[in-house]
Each structure stands twice: as C-alpha cells, then as structure tokens.
Write a protein that binds this ligand. Sequence first.
Ligand code: CO8
Length: 259
Amino acid sequence: MTGMANEIITEIKNGIGVVRLNRPDKLNALNIELMKQLVAALEEFDADPDIRCMLITGNDRAFAAGADIGEMAEASMIEMYERNQFERWERIKRVRKPIVAAASGYVLGGGCELLMNCDIIIAAEGTMFGQPEINIGVIPGAGGTQRLTRAVGKARAMDLILTGRMIVADEALQMGLISRVVPREHFFEESLKVCQELASKAPIALRLAKEAVLKAFDMTLNEGLEHERKLFYMLFGTDDQKEGMRAFQEKRRAVFVGR
Ligand code: CO8
C-alpha cells in the first residue's frame, strides 16, 4: 500500500509502516497539517495487525527543520493556546509499536522533538541537530527541555537549549541523543534493515519492552522494576514466549506470530 496525503508519503514494506515527511522545499518544517497527517498515519499503523514497526524519515537535506515558523510568527498567545497543537504530539507518545527514525540533514527544534519521540534513532553522518528556538525568541514547546535533558543530562541540554547551537551526528551519538550513525549514502536502507530486524521479533514482547523502557522516565526505580516484572510475567501468557524458548532449546530459529 502506498498513500500520499500532501505533507507526508506513507508506504507499507514487509510489515513496516514507513512515513516520509514531504515538504522538501521547506526543509520539512512541521506545519499543523503535516502533524495531523503524521499522527493519523502512526495511529493507523499502530492499529494494523500486519504492521510490526514504523519508520519515520525525511530526505537527504532535512529530517525536519522545526515547527513551521510561518504558522506561528504572528499568532497571539490565545491563538496558540486555542490551537492546542501539543495534544496531537501527546498522541505520538501513546503509539505502542516501536518507531525508528532515519534522519539526515537538519533535525532542528520541533524536528528534534519529533525525533526524541522515536525509539531507535539512526542518523546519516553529518546530520545536524539542535534546539534553536532561543534564536527566534522562544523555547522548545514539544518536549525539548524535558526529553533532551533526560537524554543527554542537564549540562549538555542547557548548553544546547540556551545557545541554540547545532551539533553533528557523531557528537549527538556520543551524548546519547541518537542510537547509531551510518554512512550518508544509505541511511534509509540501513534504517529499514533495523526495522526488518524488529519485524522478526515477537510483536507483543516488542511493545511491552518499549512500554517498560519509557516507564523509566515516569516512575521511581522501584515502581519501574515492579512494572517491568508484571510485563515480564504477562509475556508468559503468549504463544510467542513458548515458541521463542522452545526454538532456543531445539536450536532452530523462532517464528513469532504475535499471540
Ligand atoms: N519553518 C518554516 N520554514 C522553514 C523552516 C521552519 N522551521 N526552516 C526552513 N524553512 C524554509 C525557509 O524559509 C526556506 O523557504 P523559502 O525557500 O520559501 O524561503 C526553505 O525552508 C529553505 O530554508 P533556507 O533557505 O533557510 O535554507 P538554508 O540552507 O539557508 O538554512 C537552516 C537552513 C539553517 C535550517 C534554516 O532554514 C533555519 O535556520 N531554519 C529554522 C530553524 C529553526 O529555527 N527551527 C525551530 C523552529 S521553532 C520550533 O521548532 C518550536 C517547536 C515547538 C513545537 C512545535 C509545535 C508547533
């Protein structure tokens, strides 16, 4: 299936739901319409039993250079409040299947905030990351001050958010903002390979693993450990747990069905 909804292009490849941000002339600036289409696509993929993981990407020049400044420049406080755009961003957090990001070019502002909502983040060599909102008189609004701080620690988050400076992929990797750096020419194919690997895993275990890791941000250590334990026990109610452990004992490759 291939779908085109102006601001994004969607495609399903072997159980992987791919979303390509598609405003190349604007460096994929995230306007409201793009965000609507993106969130709708992710929710649709999340509900589709044939899809096991998702991939969000842009193009060589930009993953996304931030929220669309043109849509915000003249807005009043009340207008911004009434738009309630962040409610839509909250829905990305509720997507249960793993989301891989394949980034290249610019990953700035809201683009970096979108990226931090993804679970495995793969970037082409030379990709530029930043939270430059301070340079246009604001601060990150879609989670940047919170997620960047949790990802890279207070000192580095302060440095990036207060100066608005950009860093390149290697530094972002070293800081813990992203998961892997790959050669520029095939960053998309490399990311797709990671998705294919995820698609071969036990689907319920994948979702529960994602849930458990994300709980580390919201819970105390003891609450998180308790929660993890319950999810672990839950998996013993799945056929895939039996299949996975039996396949190991029988020295064969497990075939997971998502039950
Ligand atoms: N919004 C709107 N248009 C943009 C944006 C953007 N964020 N970024 C780039 N564009 C447009 C440019 O206006 C230009 O359009 P046109 O050709 O019509 O003039 C086109 O994309 C190409 O850009 P440039 O000509 O500027 O390309 P350069 O290679 O010279 O520069 C840069 C690339 C350095 C990335 C530069 O475009 C830039 O600084 N962009 C803005 C980066 C930025 O400040 N991002 C933060 C935005 S604020 C934000 O994200 C707040 C998040 C809050 C949450 C979101 C909820 C709404």
